[in-house]
Design a protein around this ligand. Structure first.
Ligand code: AMP
Length: 189
């Protein structure tokens, strides 16, 4: 297996950022997930919190959408998470890793006023990190258009199902192109 982030296929901008964060080598889930995601494949990953799973999907996503200019309200990647805490955390990780690529990320979760989120979406962001209920609310209001999505990641999918988000997830995925890539991460499969 590859022992460096470069060998997994990540570009200089990301590798530089990871080095400055003190990441010396990829974790097992990162070694297993990054190459197939960069190659455009769908992925089912089993990984618990603390294993480096956020970077396992975030790094390939950032590399895949980094060179593209996002249109207003039309993100290029969507990460769905069960809670607002995780939305903020994953958003911060994407922001940190994506600095060198000029990545714009927006967190979209319930309990925060819509206006602030809409302002961010209108500006055009590469990645939206959202809880399912609020993502669906934005889609219904016409402030989130998933028709340009390249990739969707479902983080802690088991949690989302336990929390009763199955129907919301289905409706959200219906609004995405069939050609999009899918990465699903769960502590249990
Ligand atoms: P996660 O499993 O995504 O919640 O990540 C757990 C922690 O590990 C986070 O604080 C990450 O910043 C950190 N981390 C992720 N990947 C690496 C790596 N390859 N080397 C060192 N730390 C890492």
């Amino acid at each position: 297996m590859s022992d460096t982030f470069e060998a997994l296929g990540l570009g200089t901008e990301l590798v530089t950022e990871l080095a400055s964060l003190g990441y010396e080598e990829p974790t097992p889930i990162q070694k297993a997930a990054i190459p197939p995601l960069l190659a455009g494949r769908d992925l089912l990953g089993q990984a618990a919190t603390g294993t480096g799973k956020t970077a396992a999907f975030a790094l390939p996503i950032l590399q895949l959408v980094g060179g593209i200019k996002p249109e207003p309200l039309k993100p290029l990647a969507l990460v769905l998470v069960p809670t607002r805490e995780l939305a903020v955390q994953v958003c911060e990780a994407c922001h940190r890793y994506g600095k060198g690529l000029g990545i714009a990320v927006a967190p979209i979760y319930g309990g925060q006023e819509f206006h602030r989120q809409v302002v961010a979406l209108r500006r055009g962001v590469h990645v939206v990190v959202a809880t399912p209920g609020r993502a669906l609310d934005h889609m219904r209001r016409g402030t989130l258009d998933l028709s340009g999505l390249r990739i969707v990641a479902l983080d802690e999918a088991d949690e989302m199902l336990d929390m009763g988000f199955a129907e919301d997830l289905e409706l959200i995925l219906e609004g995405t192109p069939e050609t999009r890539q899918t990465a699903l991460f769960s502590a249990t499969l």
